[in-house]
Write a protein that binds this ligand. Sequence first.
Ligand SMILES: *[C@@H]1O[C@H](CO)[C@@H](O)[C@H](O)[C@H]1NC(C)=O
Ligand SMILES: *[C@@H]1O[C@H](CO)[C@@H](O)[C@H](O)[C@H]1NC(C)=O
Ligand SMILES: *[C@@H]1O[C@H](CO)[C@@H](O)[C@H](O)[C@H]1NC(C)=O
Ligand SMILES: *[C@@H]1O[C@H](CO)[C@@H](O)[C@H](O)[C@H]1NC(C)=O
Ligand SMILES: *[C@@H]1O[C@H](CO)[C@@H](O)[C@H](O)[C@H]1NC(C)=O
Ligand SMILES: *[C@@H]1O[C@H](CO)[C@@H](O)[C@H](O)[C@H]1NC(C)=O
Ligand SMILES: *[C@@H]1O[C@H](CO)[C@@H](O)[C@H](O)[C@H]1NC(C)=O
Length: 925
Amino acid sequence: MRPLSFKITSDHFLLWVLLSLLWGVTGSVTASPTTATTQTAQSTTLSTIKPSPENVKKVEVQGRNETSITLTWSPVNNISTYILQYNKNGSSKKENISASQAEVKHEVSSLNAGTKYHFTLVTVFEGVNSTGYTFTAVTAPENVKKVEVQGRNETSITLTWSPVNNISTYILQYNKNGSSKKENISASQAEVKHEVSSLNAGTKYHFTLVTVFEGVNSTGYTFTAVTAPENVKKVEVQGRNETSITLTWSPVNNISTYILQYNKNGSSKKENISASQAEVKHEVSSLNAGTKYHFTLVTVFEGVNSTGYTFTAVTVPPKVPFVNVSERSVTSITLKWINVDRNWSYLLQINGSDVADIKNVSSDVVSHSVTSLNPGTMYKYSVTTVFEELNSTAYENVTVTAIDCASVAWHVGNSSIKGIVEGLFSNATASNGSQTHVSFGGNNVSFTGLYPGATYEVSLMYETYQQCRHNLTILPPGLTAHCEYWAAGYSIRIVWNKPVGMWTDVEVNVTGKPKKIPNTVQYIVIPGFLPARTYEVSLASFSGTVRSSEPFVFKCSTDPRGVIAGSVLAVLLFCVLVFLAIFILFIRPDLISRKRTFISGCELVTKKCSAISVDMFAAHFHQLSMDDNRGFSVEYESLIPVGTEQTQKVAVLPENKPKNRFNNVLPYDWCRVKLTTSDSSESSDYINANYMPGYNSNREYIATQGPLPSTVNDFWRMIWEQTVGGVVMVTNCTEGGRTKCERYWPANSTPCLYGNLLVTMTSEQQDPNWTLRDFNVKHRNTSEQRTVKHFHFTSWPDHGVPQCTEVLMQFRGLVRRHIERERTGAPTVVHCSAGVGRTGTIIALDVLLQQLEKKGEVDINGFVHKMRLNRPHMVQTESQYVFLHQCIMDILQPDEKTDEHIYENTDMIYVNATALQEFRYNSNP
Ligand SMILES: *[C@@H]1O[C@H](CO)[C@@H](O)[C@H](O)[C@H]1NC(C)=O
Ligand SMILES: *[C@@H]1O[C@H](CO)[C@@H](O)[C@H](O)[C@H]1NC(C)=O
Ligand SMILES: *[C@@H]1O[C@H](CO)[C@@H](O)[C@H](O)[C@H]1NC(C)=O
Ligand SMILES: *[C@@H]1O[C@H](CO)[C@@H](O)[C@H](O)[C@H]1NC(C)=O
Ligand SMILES: *[C@@H]1O[C@H](CO)[C@@H](O)[C@H](O)[C@H]1NC(C)=O
Ligand SMILES: *[C@@H]1O[C@H](CO)[C@@H](O)[C@H](O)[C@H]1NC(C)=O
Ligand SMILES: *[C@@H]1O[C@H](CO)[C@@H](O)[C@H](O)[C@H]1NC(C)=O
């Protein structure tokens, strides 16, 4: 309120103006009774001046947000007009407010956020302004636009945001463990960065960030952020094998998402695992065997990874695929296998106990020798791959150590090798390059029927391993020899036969002067002797350094003729001698060169040899037996090459080889018996059998081997197909503990089926020397029936010939009568074991006796020759050849018993020991 003062002057005009003004004021004051009273009480001139209204006492901010402020105040003396003035964005704003209530409320809007405004509120009365009440008020600040998580770990989160309008005060609120936390933040930089620490791992926090401006809060920016989860405490390998590892762990705070990382073959693998149970179980598969893997297991919470728990785990190493026994000796074996990974080691066990722990092998192949083993023993070995203390499955196998053949006490005979071999082997063979013999006697190795003088490689095999081999030379064949007059008794000429077998030299020893003669020559002339003397000569054959078992010793007389002529009558007969000498030398030189010994007519050209008539036979026999049976030897040896040039191709075909009982007794192709092969199930037409000539035709007999277990059916097939009515068997099934022939007929009256043939034994009649049987043979398909007679000669002794020729000839008589009775023309089957020795003898006997009866003559040599063209070795030994002669002799001179002693004590007659042994051996088949 401005005070009014008045000064009265002399200037009357000015005074008038003032007075008229005063008038006007007092006139208007009358409209307002309250002031008028006070003015009029003082003076009439003062009543015309209007006073200014009061300002409001106080203005309050009732509410605000980012764009508006609501103000309230109590009106002054019921004055209802106000003017509110403020600046916005540099320009002055004026708002007229008329208030009617007791409380004025005014909202200032369209303001800027977070801004301090200076207001002036002017009270207006009667057009008069109050002085103006000035105050300030602020709008609410804005929230931050965005908060970012700049970093985090298990206990802290680092937040950043851009400050709002350079506002530097913020309040961050969140809950932790149930209680509310508030953090005041003052920011000075362009970028606010704040770390919230002491948080719990793997937890989601709800944050509110409030911007504070002049003590006024923004509405608050809410966001969430999570701390990094913890790693798992421990991972355990629950199971594993060569390709997979099964891991287990306890989940972290029920977190169900995990990432497992590892490297495989150079590339990184990542597996996402979601776990729902209390125990997480995860199998990592398709791994490599025996490998160490480095794993990282990351716990994932709300997309945030833990730091990762790292661990290693290994797969089981693989089983060694193959172990090769590369060397086997008598006391050691060497094992070899591939070393795939040099980090692996190997455990070797022999017979279940550890022998080697093989580590740090730097090569690609592991080679290990086990020593101090026993010879010929089976050992079980196992190899286990070991990696990081994990064992693979063991590779297990067995092997055997070698045997030292050379140290075996071999007994080498004329045709056999025997020895007891300690140690394990499955097969023993003796081979001379062309023939291989097999021993079936277990550790008693025995090879028989070997070729004299030949060198055999004895080989022991365990399955496919060769246990050992050793060369042994069979004793060379024995010799027979005789001497001849030479050089009027001043020299001797010794001639020996060509023995059956191999020999390299013959050592001739006459009175202590041994000489060796190579096998290209069969005689020697030794000078320096006196006529009409007797010298002892000893001959031994050699095969290399091996000497025949016994030398052939005989007495040799020098020519006595010169001595007789030359002593007393020397002078008297001088002229005669001269004459004779001239005569002998020039006209009859043959008189001195003629051999004293027998020269058979058959020796030169056997085929043209004439039969010996009954009258001449005894003389013939004696002639042959002279000189230690030299004539028999010469005749018999002349038969050795007969027929041998013929082919035996079918017999040696691989599929037929097992059908032969002996691999050196094979039928000639041209006259072998062929089985019919119309039945498609029968692949081969082969059987070890030949047609044999008889007295009337060329196919009177079939000579065959004793059936093998595998050829019994073929044997009966042959009997059926050839319509055979008689079978002659001249062997026992076993002799001396050896199987000679399979029993191919039923043991009793129970019928047996052999292939398609049902065989029933209808009768059996046993005699001391033979057994006769009748078989009924019925074909299964056609039901056709036939009878077959079985002549079984049982008393051909184990090592010899029948006690006397008479028994065998009686037996032959039974057979012959049966053939005459039947008269079918079908061949008669004859067999022993090989089907050549006894078989040849009985066939020859049958034919020769017919020749004797019908023609009064026999041709033994001629018929054996003929048989040998059909089947090799027919009449297999010289003794069997002699036996045939003896049979004829006994027929012709039934009362003369002297010669029977030949067979009772053969040693006395057959000086040639080798021939005798051969006789004994060969009489077995
Ligand atoms: C501020 O408040 C006024 C009145 O209360 C309202 O009309 C306006 O929409 C509000 N502004 C914001 C940004 O909330
Ligand atoms: C009262 O104040 C307003 C705003 O400032 C102005 O426009 C007006 O002229 C004033 N009146 C008087 C009589 O001074
Ligand atoms: C988390 O990070 C903060 C700062 O970055 C550090 O101080 C703290 O030790 C860390 N905590 C862990 C558990 O690593
Ligand atoms: C602003 O917010 C904080 C935190 O909630 C609170 O303590 C304070 O009282 C608030 N200030 C105003 C003026 O509302
Ligand atoms: C390894 O184990 C897994 C499951 O345990 C199986 O599926 C797999 O066949 C096994 N592999 C071998 C090589 O045994
Ligand atoms: C978590 O780890 C996995 C595997 O390493 C990776 O692929 C992913 O990007 C990580 N996530 C984060 C948020 O780091
Ligand atoms: C591996 O084999 C050896 C020998 O048999 C044995 O002593 C060891 O305990 C085995 N190791 C394991 C993990 O089976």
